[in-house]
Write a protein that binds this ligand. Sequence first.
Ligand code: OGA
Ligand code: NI
Length: 345
Amino acid sequence: MAKSGDFVEYLNQERLSMDSDPPFCQTYKALFDKISENPCNKVVTVEECELPLVDLSRLDLDESEMEECKREIAMASQEWGFFQVINHGISRDILEKLREEQVKVFRQPFDKKSTEEKFATGCYRWGTPSATCLQQLSWSEAFHIPMTEISDSGAFSSLSSAMEQFAITVAGLAQKLAGILAEKLGQKSTFFKENCLPSTCYLRMNRYPPCPFYSGVHGLMPHTDSDFFTILHQDEVGGLQLVKDGKWISVKPNPEALVINIGDLFQAWSNDVYKSVEHRVVTNPTVERFSTAYFFCPSYDTVIQNSEPSVYRKFSFGEFRQQVQEDVQKLGHKVGLSRFLLSHK
Ligand code: OGA
Ligand code: NI
């Protein structure tokens, strides 16, 4: 049952405090009112799973270990669209520093985050301005940062340097994974070296505040990522879920691992061999959650095409992004790759 009493309590708290939290309850009160008139707050249990776990240190061992490791990466990308990597080469120190800075920047007053243009170089966003029902609301806030701007975060120079350190090492990991995924398709990895430069990628720092009064609110709406793949560093709280065999399953956090998920561009480039799988984040009633996502993207003019008879028409990354934005504006949601199917009318 929706506990509307708790909502009112939370709403009042939100009004009184000069908080760093975005004003979710005030802004989206109408959506919550709609639900409490007609409550259907079913608790849906979702099975927890361990994603395929790939130990990247085997890439430096003998030929057969290396080949086995590459095979596992390609298999997971086909069957799950998701996997985890350990011994990935990004030190704990780099990850911890970035997280520390991330927490600090989210602790700034909400007014500051939302009104200062280019605050901490990021494009700050929160909630879902276009939501017309509760299912469409994302109960989270984020800084979406083009890699070209990370060295320019104004008063936040320690944030800049943490992001820069992370960016340098994560770019190496991304190229390594892209090379393996290309090789397993019988393609050359030069495509990624030429088109996905450190400067064409994005960093997104997410924070998911607790949502104490209504379970089933999304921290992040179900979506696929619009890139080649994403490298995610999450904390121990959990909440990430993905679709496997038509069912939602939740990812058990592994503090040693980074989560890799295939995005739309790799699905198109591989002609549907690798899968860009729908995923979402569910909120936690008591604890906040942090995650950092690195989006491995090409330049806007990069053309995504496949040498085999492809199910997709060729398109540039710029065109893809523009179409996604247009659909979100006009329809309220992303249509994504299916728009680019040759069979699409
Ligand atoms: C994303 C995303 C998952 C998470 O930012 O696109 O899917 O766990 N994030 O934060
Ligand atoms: Ni995502």
